[in-house]
Design a protein around this ligand. Structure first.
Ligand code: GLV
Ligand code: MN
Ligand code: MN
Length: 427
């Protein structure tokens, strides 16, 4: 029932998109962001939570413990509601909806049946529960990722206000347009002493669980990431009249650099580099490109390996550009260290998964997340734990992204059990 509701609601939220008929796209501070927050706020109230939008546009639901003073520390469950362009319907969204169903399951006995919809409820836990639906995990609109969770972690950076989207709208202008006050973003920050920890369920976004024929995994850590805008400069010349020996073709240099990224990263364990954007300028069919721009997303299990690989890539790109008479520069626009899930939260997630398995089953898988998550920002203020669900084909950031209702059902049981195990630890 609960898993079916999650699947149906993932379908429902998929209809809130800037590109109807052409896929899902819901970016930070857009009309779709406002709309999805309104819908999910109503679902928060339906399970007995209070719901508010914080000073950065995150949606925050809260339910108090039955036998403690209200206003005490909260365990935060959640994920994000923003998407990449042409997105799937589960990345982030499933985690938010699973958090809400967990609240429904843990609501004080009897309340769920007797309370009027929307009446404030309680949970029989030694802490409050919050559900945060983060507003910008993907970083699709302004380039810098994890803006929503960074605001909650109190690590918002002044220089972000100057970031602009593809239309030239600055983050500051978008805030105002959305109805938020840039001067008050600090109010979204939470104090470590008010938090018990952060637990997130998410699809794996990779093929490991499918390969192991298992539904769920404990996440051991979240990959470190660095992102760069790279510019290559050469010389714009006539495509017909310029012999090869006289060309300084920036696009060819950029292309060689992209191939070098693949070659170097393939040779390293647990490092992955992606060139997701490549542009040639001035961009005419009959002009040798004088400038090229490419992006680089570099991730690794450990910061040191990732940084050593970046040095290797830089040295190789130096050599490529020198050979071709080109110049290059890189501007880093995102950097996040690897985050290790807290041992206690790993344990309770493991216990949660074990509760879904037959007696004597193998130990649950422990895998590191190559994808980024809001927990990367939250780790600065609280313990972080994550649960992964099998993602058929490892397809994500794609309309065919999927997770089965059976795996969602198992994930939900594991998440609720994990919360109960944590409660038992803290009683
Ligand atoms: C977010 O999904 C990321 O890993 O880039
Ligand atoms: Mn994503
Ligand atoms: Mn995600």
């Amino acid at each position: 029932m609960a898993a079916q509701r999650i699947m149906a609601r993932c379908d429902e939220l998929a209809r809130i998109t800037a590109t109807p008929g052409r896929g899902i796209e819901r970016v930070y501070l857009s009309p779709e962001h406002a709309q999805v927050n309104r819908v999910v706020a109503a679902w928060m109230r339906e399970v007995g939570m209070s719901a508010r939008q914080d000073a950065a546009g995150n949606l925050v639901g809260r339910i108090e413990p039955a036998d403690r003073e209200p206003g005490g520390p909260a365990l935060v469950l959640g994920s994000h509601l923003d998407t990449v362009p042409d997105a799937g319907r589960f990345d982030g969204i499933a985690g938010v909806l699973m958090a809400l169903e967990t609240v429904r399951m843990l609501r004080s006995p009897g309340e769920a049946e007797t309370a009027a919809p929307g009446a404030s409820g309680t949970v029989v836990l030694p802490f409050a529960l919050e559900v945060i639906a983060f507003a910008d995990e993907e970083g699709t609109r302004f380039g810098a990722a994890l803006l929503g969770s960074a605001a909650v972690a109190g690590t918002w950076r002044e220089e972000w206000w100057q970031l602009t989207d593809a239309q030239g709208v600055s983050l500051r202008e978008a805030f105002v347009e959305f109805g938020l006050d840039p001067g008050r973003v600090g109010e979204a920050a939470r104090r470590p002493e008010d938090l018990v920890g952060y637990l997130e369920a998410h699809i794996e976004q990779g093929p490991e669980l499918e390969g192991r024929e298992e539904s769920l995994a404990v996440v051991s850590s979240i990959a470190s990431a660095r992102r760069f805008d790279i510019t290559v400069e050469g010389e714009t010349r006539h495509a017909g009249g310029t012999p090869y020996d006289m060309r300084r073709d920036a696009l060819l240099g950029a292309s060689e650099a992209a191939l070098a990224v693949e070659r170097i990263c393939r040779a390293e364990h647990h490092i992955i580099g992606t060139v997701g954007q490549l542009g040639a300028f001035p961009g005419a069919v009959n002009v040798v490109p004088g400038e090229a721009k490419l992006s680089l997303d570099l991730r690794g299990e450990l910061d040191e390996t990732r940084d050593r690989v970046w040095q290797q890539i830089s040295d190789e790109v130096d050599a490529i550009m020198a050979r071709r008479g080109l110049h290059w520069r890189a501007q880093e626009f995102h950097s996040a260290p690897a985050v290790f899930c807290a041992p206690l939260l790993r344990d309770v997630v493991r216990e949660g998964i074990v509760s879904t398995l037959p007696r004597g089953a193998d130990e649950p898988a422990q895998i590191f997340s190559r994808a980024g998550h809001d927990g990367m920002a939250l780790a600065g203020i609280t313990d972080v734990g994550m649960l992964f669900m099998r993602n058929p084909g490892g397809i994500s950031h794609h309309p065919d992204e999927f997770v089965s209702a059976q795996d969602v059902r198992a994930g939900l049981q594991a998440l609720a059990e994990a919360v109960l195990h944590l409660a038992a630890e803290r009683r």
